[in-house]
Design a protein around this ligand. Structure first.
Ligand code: AMP
Length: 424
């Protein structure tokens, strides 16, 4: 062990688990790529005020969880705690919204939140995200939800539940917010809010109080006013359409009238994917509509919808269901040379195999036959090419099937073709 350990709340991805992680990340993105979403990549850090404004001054993410720094030149930067604000910033900066709308984008990367680490909750984690910018269309909300469902399904996950709600819009939310605030102000919070956090939240961001998971608070929230009883006609009709479209696609969902998102800019459709095998950190993904965010960032009106799916937690969900995809062995052929001359010849074979698109590896370090065969077996390869001086003198190498143990000589000049045939 070295003197150093990775920082608290982080973990290192190492083989073979890293293969599962990559497979999951790819599976989450694949449906997006087939649906016309273009890849976007933004820096890991942004100007701090982008998140303060875009995520919300009163959110835990901004008040407690951002990694911030001041550069030598005095610029305030923050490691990105989420993707949406940065992607929208980039789209506006590069005028993507001046072309055809909606602009459909996907991304994938590392995010950073100074959270209390626990199973499934890290300070450095990974998301695949999607944003559809510039269209107010329930079909688009439905498309994104269906693409996420498809991603989970393609991984073989069975126990992901979709929770669905609407948060209303600038028309109907203010009156609801006021009704909610009135209810919350009337609660006796003396015992459960000694530091005044909840009372402050009631004044700044009352919807967030609905997110409070403490049993004592849940009991107090009995009978709390719900957005669904305060929706304007437009929001109600919009939500009905989203529900209908999901139903027509055969996708089940649960109405979750108290589901709010931790971020201030969400409007109308809001949803979360949860997995019951994950304990407290059950959300594997979530998203919704954020019609007001562009204007908040100084852009034009650009009603948009998006989601972010947690890669780390999806891996955990697969493990919980016992369907962790067997990582495909990246190596198909392992070369085992015995002696210097064989090393030269088989290194040439290795290079040729790789050029022909076959994943191949080599017993490096001048190992003896026994150790080299151990490496071959450990690599997960299906075939080993073994050659010593006598083989070379005969113009052959031994081709060994590592599953059955069968072995037979193959002429050196037929080796590549034979290997390719066997692998098919
Ligand atoms: P959010 O941006 O908070 O809506 O998060 C979207 C998804 O990212 C969540 O549903 C989680 O799957 C994942 N996620 C968020 N925060 C963390 C974290 N600290 N550690 C691991 N995964 C996270």
């Amino acid at each position: 062990m070295s003197t150093f350990q990775g920082p608290k709340g982080t973990y290192d991805l190492i083989p073979p688990d890293s293969e599962v992680f990559l497979a999951v990340r790819e599976a989450l993105a694949a449906p997006l790529r087939r649906a016309g979403y273009g890849y976007v990549e933004t820096p890991a850090f942004e100007h701090t005020p982008l998140f303060a404004r875009g995520v919300g001054e009163s959110t835990d993410i901004v008040t407690k969880e951002m990694y911030t720094l001041t550069t030598k030149g005095g610029t305030e930067l923050a490691l990105r705690p989420e993707g949406t604000a940065a992607v929208l910033r980039a789209a506006l900066q590069r005028n993507l919204h001046r072309g055809g709308l909606p602009v459909k984008l996907w991304y994938s990367g590392s995010y950073y939140r100074y959270e209390r680490p626990q199973a499934g909750r890290y300070r450095h984690f990974s998301q695949v995200g999607a944003e559809a910018l510039g269209a107010e269309d329930p079909y688009l909300d439905a498309e994104l939800i269906l693409l996420a469902v498809e991603a989970y399904r393609s991984l073989g996950l069975r126990d992901v539940r979709l929770l669905l709600n609407t948060l209303g819009d600038a028309n109907c939310r203010p009156a609801y917010r006021a009704a909610l605030q009135e209810f919350l102000r009337g609660l006796d919070l003396e015992a459960i809010d000694p530091d005044g956090d909840t009372r402050r939240r009631i004044e700044i961001n009352p919807l967030r109080v609905l997110d409070d998971k403490r049993p004592a608070m849940r009991a107090l929230l009995e009978g709390v006013p719900l957005m669904r009883d305060h929706l304007c006609q437009e929001c109600k009709a919009y939500h009905e359409q989203v529900r209908d479209l999901l139903g027509a696609a055969g996708v089940g969902f649960e109405d979750a009238p108290a589901l709010v998102r931790g971020l201030d800019y969400y409007t109308r459709t809001t949803f979360e994917f949860v997995h019951d095998g994950l304990g407290a950190q059950s959300a594997v993904g979530g998203g919704g509509r954020y019609d007001g965010l562009s204007e908040l960032l100084g852009g034009p009106s650009l009603p948009s919808v998006g989601w972010a799916l947690g890669v780390d937690r999806t891996v955990l969900a697969l493990q919980a269901e016992g369907v962790t995809p067997q990582p495909p062995s990246p190596v198909e052929v392992f070369a085992v040379p015995v002696g210097e001359q064989a090393r030269r010849v088989l290194f040439g074979v290795l290079t040729e195999l790789r050029r022909a698109g076959v994943a191949a590896d080599f017993a490096y370090g001048g190992k003896g036959l026994k150790n080299a065969m151990k490496s071959a077996n450990r690599s997960g390869a299906r075939l080993a090419v073994v050659a010593g001086e006598r083989d070379l003198a005969d113009g052959v190498a031994q081709l060994k099937d590592l599953d059955s143990g069968e072995q037979h000589p193959v002429a050196l000049d037929a080796l590549i073709t034979t290997i390719k045939e066997k692998l098919q």
